[in-house]
Write a new protein. Structure first.
Length: 97
């Protein structure tokens, strides 16, 4: 059973898109990890992912990987093999909805 302080990947999908749209629509995995970590630190200060947990901590990697897969499946980011996240027009619309 997960604690009430657990953050599901679903809660981070739109913030991930919004973070991706801000720098011009493309970001590396490391940039996305950092942006999402900063978002969680400010929006979910009691989360188990914010207490002395760096953004490269394995649970973070797993959550961000799930977010990435979901965004690709929705057509909100391009399927790429170079490690870059690139937002699509459909993703830009979802980020501002």
């Amino acid at each position: 059973m997960r604690s009430s302080a657990w953050i599901s990947p679903q809660k981070l999908r739109i913030p991930a898109l919004q973070a991706l749209v801000k720098p011009g629509g493309t970001a590396s995995l490391e940039e996305m990890l950092g942006d999402l970590h900063n978002y969680v630190l400010s929006e979910f200060p009691n989360s188990e992912l914010t207490v002395n947990v760096p953004f490269n901590f394995p649970p973070w990697q797993k959550i961000v990987h799930k977010i990435h897969r979901h965004l690709e499946k929705q057509g909100w980011i391009e399927k790429r093999k170079d490690g870059q996240w690139k937002v699509t027009e459909k993703g830009r619309s979802a980020a501002t909805a």
